[in-house]
Design a protein around this ligand. Structure first.
Ligand code: IMP
Ligand code: MG
Length: 174
């Protein structure tokens, strides 16, 4: 059976929303020196577009985690594959994530960061899929809410496929 991606969020919608989020972040962090922590791999395209839309100097870091799961279901087990080199003590951290689904990965990331004594931690997520939430997460900057469907593209994958697609797409069985 073939899986065919169909566009859910267009390039134009993504560009527009990313610049709106950047404007809001710029305003909120205007007297600060934020460190943007991108959660890999899924956040890489969103992060790249976001920092280029920000008209302010920012520092960036990458945290690579692996959420165990079979197919499109999260098992709730999360592991750090690549941690942070930077000392984040006293820093204002903005986590940049592709999608919050069950919320378990984001809770894990927040715990990981908070153990390292930052001044503040906020979340910027491109997508929110609230239907499967198992752990409460407060998303400070949100791009779009999506329905209970598996989405790919713009950094998001299914079995490492489709990350390169410029739009956010749904996978539909043929
Ligand atoms: P959570 O721990 O269930 O909130 O899921 C977090 C991670 O699972 C996200 O950062 C994604 O990497 C991945 N994920 C969850 N839903 C989707 C989806 O619809 N498409 C692609 N990846 C997803
Ligand atoms: Mg992710």
């Amino acid at each position: 059976m073939n899986k065919k991606p169909s566009v859910l969020i267009s390039r134009e919608q993504l560009t527009q929303r990313v610049s709106e989020l950047a404007a809001q972040i710029q305003q909120d962090y205007r007297h600060k020196n934020p460190l943007l922590v991108c959660v890999l791999k899924g956040g890489f395209i969103f992060m790249a577009d976001l920092v280029r839309s920000l008209d302010m100097p920012v520092e960036i870091e990458f945290l690579r985690i692996f959420s165990y799961g079979s197919g499109t279901e999260s098992s709730g087990k999360v592991e750090v594959v690549q941690g942070l080199k930077a000392n984040i003590e006293g820093r204002d951290i903005l986590v940049v994530e592709d999608i919050v689904d069950t919320g378990l990965s984001m809770c894990f990331v927040l715990d990981f960061l908070k153990q390292r004594s930052p001044a503040s931690v906020k979340i910027c997520a491109l997508l929110d899929k609230p239907s499967k939430r198992r752990s409460e997460v407060c998303i400070d900057y949100l791009g779009f809410t999506v329905p209970d469907k598996f989405v790919v593209g713009y950094g998001l994958d299914i079995d490492e496929q489709y990350r390169y697609l410029p739009e956010v797409c749904c996978i539909e069985e043929d």
